[in-house]
Design a protein around this ligand. Sequence first.
Ligand code: ADP
Ligand code: ZN
Ligand code: MG
Length: 489
Amino acid sequence: MAMWDQRYEPVIGLEVHAQLLTQSKAFCSCSTKFGQDPNSNVCPVCLGMPGVLPVLNLSLVEFILRMGLATHCSVAPRSTFARKNYFYPDLPKGYQISQYEEPICHGGYVEVELEEGRWKRIGITRIHMEEDAGKSIHDLDVDTLVDVNRCGVPLIEIVSEPDIRSPREAYLYVHKIRQIVTYLGICDGNMEEGSLRCDANVSVRLKGETKFGTKTEVKNMNSFRFVEKALEYEINRQIDLLESGEQVVQETLLWDAGQGIVLPMRSKEEAHDYRYFPEPDLVPVVVTQEWTDRIKETLPEDPTERRNRFVAEYNIPKYDADILTSEKALADYFEAVIRGLKTKSEENCKLASNWTMGDVLRVINTEKIAVSDFPLPPAHLAEMLNLIIGGTISGKIAKDVFEDMLKTRESPKVIVEKKGLVQVSDIAAIETIVDEILAKNRQQVESYLSGKTQVLGFFVGETMKATKGRANPKIVNELLRKKLEGRKE
Ligand code: ADP
Ligand code: ZN
Ligand code: MG
């Protein structure tokens, strides 16, 4: 249920900045490494000293081309840089190098799934290269401190068409962008840490109206949830204004997560008079067909295509495939587990999916680690699944083996042997125990014979207890039922 007056329709366009994972900065060889001592990763170029010359980092072009091609953009054979001028303490140069009239990529799209099987295409107006500014740290004791390590760190800005019609769609779009940049390995996609930043342009209009309304721009939403919340708030604010006969003022607003509202930042005039002009110190970027062809060949499988392939190839539910392909590293992990399975039947693939989505992801989420930092090699998980499939251990014992593997990093075979966890499937051995238990619990046997067949569960429990959970539960059930039924005659 949408939470605004349904006579109105929101129109949303997003500008997403992605910080790139290049080793060095956009126009100098300083490191982009995060968390260094303040003002240590700097040189005359990124500090904007007079007389220095920027040199374009080719990795930056490679990365943006990957993004452009993955989102079906056209690549300009020739694009140029421009200076975006403004004064701010964290910008010693007084301008950012960006692209303005001639961006490198334009006219692409991504597709988001609004609901099962219903897709929507959202246009991408342009993707251009940019350098980041520094960071002001407002410290109440010592005024404001400036760290310029981030100056010159390469960004790409992805500008969408005003095709988005609800906060939910905006959320799905940002999710899709995040999924693509992380699949491409060009950005870590971390919104909370600012590697992925999103500004939302939003206006409202009465349904049926063809002209767009006046838009505002909402900044500072550093989580997916906030994108949705801030937009919902702003849509309602604009509708209320129009309903009370007032007008929407074009302005930049900041999302205040603490209060759950948006607050004005600065007026359009101040914010947007960047006096762009062509960057005189950089030559145009020329991209040949051979270059784009080579990059196209190295693009990873598209996440949606991979999702569909998982469903077709492994026969797992779409729900599973969605989760497993949400991140490339997770999808890679799952496929490595599958490769380690002795037989890749539908049932076994589902088992691999359950363990990856359930147990593996649970550890990753509770430990707050990256998939790539998950300590168990996929081969070990596969080996453990093979032990379950082959009947060597039960699914229940496997949970303990898994915990043990996490603690000791030993292979499941070693753990199972060391701890004597091998499942008992020897019918004679189980029968002996079953007989003992039936002999010891005459009263319960009487109950069963008088019709209370649910006592079977009690006997199963006792047998499992006696075998420390190692008896094959299927055999235990069969044996007990046979013996008890046999006594009825
Ligand atoms: P500006 O000149 O303010 O930067 P642009 O035309 O460059 O505006 O668009 C910036 C972003 O705002 C784009 O993502 C675009 O899709 C979106 N946008 C443009 N007009 C509107 C509108 N009336 N309502 C909502 N979004 C809009
Ligand atoms: Zn530098
Ligand atoms: Mg613009």
